[in-house]
Design a protein around this ligand. Structure first.
Ligand code: PEP
Length: 251
């Protein structure tokens, strides 16, 4: 079901006591004033348990940042979807451009990761987006369409209905260079059109499509006011409770 969502991607940041303070401050803020959106914190895996404790008592929801394509076994350092499920984790980021770039994750592998998550009732927050040179070559629509065709569009309609998409132009991630609201809307509408073509109009209307890429407390309101932008996947600005809270109330 289409939902407004603000999800924080903490990446590899915060020490344990800082993580506790941050999740506590966000939980307090949203419990005092019920937001119009689902609020998710995607913490480093070491901190999922403490964030999970807050999710039991508050409206905060917890997501992981990565998952193995395997269910169990001799994969040193990896974390599986059944493990996340056993800790009541509801969401997991898949396909972030940093995983694609630094860990060589392909669309085929990302499809397998998303498949493991869905089998364990965890919603993937599936990231897609073009590089700067691809946008400059006016190839951004083709790139995004191909990413979708090679990954999440392989799911059937029921499976796909549990996926959240995040359009994250790579040139906007951590650069301070945000897509304009018009650029975001144009791509989100394009993606929704592709979903309608692949599945049907109802599925397209029910899919949450988040924008990510230097979204912050100042620009969130305008981005979120776009018809096809259902919220944000927030990196840097999710690390400060005050900024993240302001983004949460930007609808
Ligand atoms: C991200 O990492 O998903 C992201 C959008 O980062 P930032 O907000 O810092 O650009």
């Amino acid at each position: 079901m289409r939902q407004k969502i603000v999800a924080g991607n903490w990446k590899m940041n915060k020490l344990f006591h800082e993580a506790e303070d941050l999740v506590g401050a966000i939980a307090n803020a949203i419990d005092d004033n019920e937001p119009d959106c689902e609020v998710i914190v995607c913490t480093p895996s070491l901190y999922l348990e403490v964030a999970g404790d807050y999710s039991e008592e508050s409206q905060i929801r917890v997501g992981a940042q990565n998952v193995s394509e395997h269910d169990s076994g001799a994969y040193t350092g990896e974390i599986s979807a059944p493990m996340l499920s056993s800790m009541a984790i509801d969401y997991c980021i898949v396909g972030h451009s940093e995983r694609r770039k630094y860990f060589g994750e392909s669309d085929a592998l990302l499809f397998q990761k998303a498949e493991r998550l869905l089998e364990n009732d965890i919603s993937p927050i599936f990231c897609i987006g073009e590089l700067l040179e691809e946008r400059e070559a006016n190839n951004h629509f083709n790139v995004v369409e191909e990413q979708l065709n090679n990954s999440v569009f392989k799911f059937n309609k029921d499976e796909f209905s549990n996926i959240i998409l995040a359009y994250e132009p790579v040139w906007a991630i951590g650069t301070g260079k945000t897509a304009t609201p018009e650029q975001a809307q144009e791509m989100h509408a394009f993606i929704r059109g592709l979903i309608a073509k692949k599945y049907d109009k109802e599925t397209a209307e029910n899919t949450s499509i988040l924008y990510g890429g230097s979204c912050n407390a100042e620009n969130a309101k305008e981005l979120f006011s776009q018809k096809d932008v259902d919220g944000g996947l927030i990196g840097g600005a999710s690390l400060k409770a005050k900024d993240f809270t302001k983004i949460i109330y930007s609808f």
